[in-house]
Ligand binder design. Structure first.
Ligand SMILES: *Cc1c(COP(=O)(O)O)cnc(C)c1O
Length: 363
């Protein structure tokens, strides 16, 4: 039988206990049984965010929480600053524009992290900016931004700090409260070890004050509904019941290991992955490596797209290629969630084999 090793930065492999919970018969959600489960995960997930503020669970992929972070805290014509260092950052700009916000773009060379001083200067020159949008891990380039430093910058201003942790939350250390992050966005299918379908958003006190005044159009993602329902351990619309039940199991795993140990493991596995890339003679793409995913440049003349296709279709190993301007130029290997060293070893062995078949000399 063909292998099926998933090393792309989402969706990631799902642990056995989570899969079994997902296979259980469905229960009704307006019941004490479901409410207890939902109340439990809503409380417990705060420990992964390292926050004491509410974390809302939305039914949708991660992007729904990116949209929620913009529409609930801004009004027509508001200025936002998007730190654009990759494909996912561009999405913030697109959403902002779609809702009539004025998006300033601070372009960062792909593969590099933003210089927090540049953000400080920008905010000084543009005091009307209401929010700064950035990724924790910019999954498309495998870059980790310095959120702690950015939090220190925005804390001194009126601007909110919006962090897309869709891939990074649960892998790269993010201290939501201690670092002054106002809105943290997460998704179920990456470090949280679930199928796609849930998005999460934590809301600081500073952000909460904006919720009532914001006038952008919204309905399904209107957090005022979610805030009200949360008081009854409920959601305004039918939740993805099965995924919430699966989340309880995923959180069991994270709590048993200890969230700080999870961060440490992902960091060490990331270091290991990059050392192995180098041993193969490949150059690391990201200048600010992440505990979530790592990227290696493909040798000159080698089409990375072909490499990942051959690996996936003929050898059963799914790695990710490059996106946008990086298409064909890099391969990306995730080391978050349920991915472990044997999976990385096997994936890299197959990568080396595939490159050799393309006449590349690998170490
Ligand atoms: C995967 C990812 C997204 C997109 O999330 P969807 O669940 O596909 O909507 C956004 N931002 C980052 C950083 C991601 O890794």
């Amino acid at each position: 039988m063909k292998k099926n090793i998933l090393l792309a930065p989402g969706p990631t492999p799902i642990p056995e206990t989570v899969r079994q919970a997902l296979a259980e018969p469905i229960i009704h959600h307006r019941t004490p049984q479901y409410r207890a489960i939902f109340a439990g995960v809503s409380e417990r997930i705060k420990k992964v965010f390292l926050t004491q503020n509410p974390v809302y669970t939305l039914t949708g992929s991660g992007t729904s929480a990116m949209e929620a972070a913009l529409v609930n805290f801004h009004s027509a014509g508001d200025e936002v600053l998007v730190i654009e260092s990759g494909k996912f950052a561009e999405r913030f700009t697109e959403i902002a524009k779609a809702f009539g916000l004025k998006a300033h773009v601070l372009a960062v060379t792909w593969g590099e992290a933003v210089d927090p001083e540049k953000v400080r200067e920008f905010l000084k020159a543009h005091p009307a900016v209401r929010s700064v949008c950035v990724q924790l891990c910019e999954t498309s380039t495998a870059v980790l931004h310095d959120i702690k430093a950015l939090g220190a910058v925005t804390a001194a201003t009126e601007a909110l700090l919006i962090v897309d942790g869709i891939s990074g939350l649960g892998a790269d250390r993010l201290e939501t409260d201690a670092w002054g992050v106002d809105l943290v966005i997460a998704g179920s299918q990456k470090a949280l070890m679930l199928p796609p379908g849930l998005a999460f958003l934590s809301v600081s006190e500073k952000a909460k004050k904006r919720l009532a005044q914001a006038n952008l159009p919204r309905f399904y993602l209107d957090l005022r509904f979610y805030e009200k329902s949360m008081k009854d351990q409920d959601t305004p619309f039918t939740p993805a019941i099965g995924l919430v039940i699966g989340l309880a199991k995923a959180l069991d795993l994270i709590e048993t290991e200890g969230v700080l140990n999870v961060f440490k493991r992902c960091e060490q596995l990331g270091e290991y992955t990059r050392a192995q890339f180098k041993a193969l003679g490949l150059e690391i793409f990201s200048k600010a490596p992440s505990a979530t995913v790592s990227a290696a440049l493909m040798p000159k003349g080698i089409d990375g797209e072909k490499v990942t296709n051959v690996m996936r279709d003929e050898k059963g190993v799914t790695m990710a290629g490059g996106q946008g301007a990086l298409k064909g130029k890099i391969v990306r290997v995730a080391h978050m969630g349920a991915i472990r060293k044997p999976d990385i070893d096997e994936g890299l062995r197959i990568l080396a084999e595939t490159l050799r078949e393309m006449e590349v000399k690998v170490g």
